[in-house]
Ligand binder design. Structure first.
Ligand code: C5P
Length: 402
């Protein structure tokens, strides 16, 4: 599951138009994710959609009536096609069949779904998630219609490629609900990092002892992944260099998987020059076994000593270079956070350090952090890691804009 909470959805209204495709089953999950994150969701179904999924499902998930008839008398003035989009900021058509795309491109207005798209005002964006057989997607008519929609200002998400309901293989699958949810969140996220290239390290490292054993730590990678996801939503081009975690790659980011500090070091050094910002969140092992055994170490004596040698300090090395990007460090301390975090900022020559007490955040869903920069200390309220990621990036973007 890769649906990081969408922080921009509370107070938003989305009209989810479901047209008649097999992928309509994914739209129920999409509605759930949007509602979970605080959006109000009005579902509009075409007649064909009713062959694939029931209105009762959407009504239960959204807590709102479901609409499908242009002449529905439940709307007091009988004008569902106007009223439904008047308090909405987005109409999302998912799945959008070839027929619904053709009808939109032509500006048709003979059912509720098409009419409300035509009747929405400029402040209400249109997002379309195509879903169809690959031949239909590649047909010149569909290509023409999609281009027409794009030039009319619609955002087209997908389609993905893969196995299709008809058994064929190719482009035309509707993207998964999590990815659509992410696209909606990104749509509503202010683009404070537009045009910035951001390199992030995340997670623990694993240092080889022998072919089956490693030295690692309790970092979950959640803070670094939240920063990567939020930076991408804020418009940045994000590269995530990640140690071993069980987390999915955040949408819209490029992930480079590494294991050891040495691998993370080379992955970062090969990329930092192409970045404007480097955020080192990874809990990099300070030491590694001096001579990893090529064979599994057998138990024999009562004690075992492993000689450890220092790992390179990736952040200090990048920040110390003449061509260093804007560098952000993390300081997880067990005590005297202010003292250690400020000392780290000065010794590693970092414009910004994010500090937290180990007991407050390592491995958990929430954290309590303090930002340290030239202007002093800026405590942030205890919050979930995605909320903190947004606040950290907002602070960072203000520093970049100075
Ligand atoms: O000195 P300390 O390990 O506490 O510094 C933590 C910060 O430095 C974090 O931002 C971490 O990602 C980074 N770091 C690093 N390479 C290391 C050790 C820490 O990039 N070998």
């Amino acid at each position: 599951m890769n649906a990081g909470p969408g922080l921009e959805l509370s107070g938003r209204t989305v009209v989810l138009v479901v047209t008649g495709g097999v992928a309509a089953y994914k739209s129920a999950e999409l509605a759930r994710l949007l509602v979970r994150d605080g959006a109000r969701v009005h579902v509009v179904m075409t007649e064909a959609a009713g062959h694939f999924i029931g209105a009762a499902t959407f009504q239960a998930i959204t807590g709102e009536p479901v609409w499908s008839d242009l002449w529905d008398a439940r709307m007091s003035n009988g004008m569902a096609h106007i009223n439904l989009t008047r308090d909405a900021q987005l109409v999302l058509i998912a799945p959008a069949t070839a027929d619904s795309i053709a009808r939109l491109a032509q500006g048709r207005a003979d059912d509720l779904a098409s009419t409300l798209c035509l009747a929405r005002d400029a402040s209400c964006a249109l997002m379309v998630a195509p879903a169809m057989n690959r031949q239909m997607w590649e047909h010149a008519a569909t290509v023409r219609n999609i281009n027409m929609l794009r030039s009319d200002g619609a955002f087209v998400i997908g389609p993905a490629s893969g196995e299709q309901a008809c058994g064929e293989l190719g482009p035309g699958r509707m993207v998964e609900a999590e990815e659509l949810h992410d696209a909606v969140c990104a749509h509503f996220t202010p683009k404070v990092l537009a045009g910035r290239r951001v390199l992030i390290t995340a997670g623990p490292t694993a240092e080889t002892i022998d072919p089956v054993r490693v030295v690692t730590n309790l970092s979950s990678g959640r803070m670094g992944y939240a920063l990567a996801r939020e930076a991408a939503r804020a418009g940045a081009e994000v590269t995530l260099v990640s140690g071993p975690t069980g987390l999915d790659c955040p949408h819209g980011t490029v992930r480079i998987n590494v294991r050891s500090a040495a691998e993370m070091h080379s992955a970062v050094l090969a990329r930092y020059q192409a970045c404007d910002v480097f955020i080192a969140v990874a809990a990099v092992a300070d030491y590694r076994p001096a001579a990893p055994s090529l064979r599994k170490i057998k138990k024999s004596a009562d004690t075992l000593s492993i000689e450890m040698v220092r790992n390179p300090d990736i952040l200090a090395e990048v920040a110390g270079r003449a061509d260093a990007p804007f560098c952000v460090g993390f300081a997880a301390e067990s005590h005297d956070l202010d003292g250690y975090a400020q000392a780290k900022r000065l010794s590693k020559k970092l414009p910004l350090v994010v500090g937290n007490l180990v007991a407050d955040g390592l491995g958990g869903d929430e954290n309590e952090v303090v930002l340290y920069d030239d202007a002093g200390r800026h405590p942030l309220q205890r919050a979930s890691k995605p909320v903190l990621a947004r606040a950290i990036l907002a602070h960072l973007s203000r520093m970049l804009d100075r």
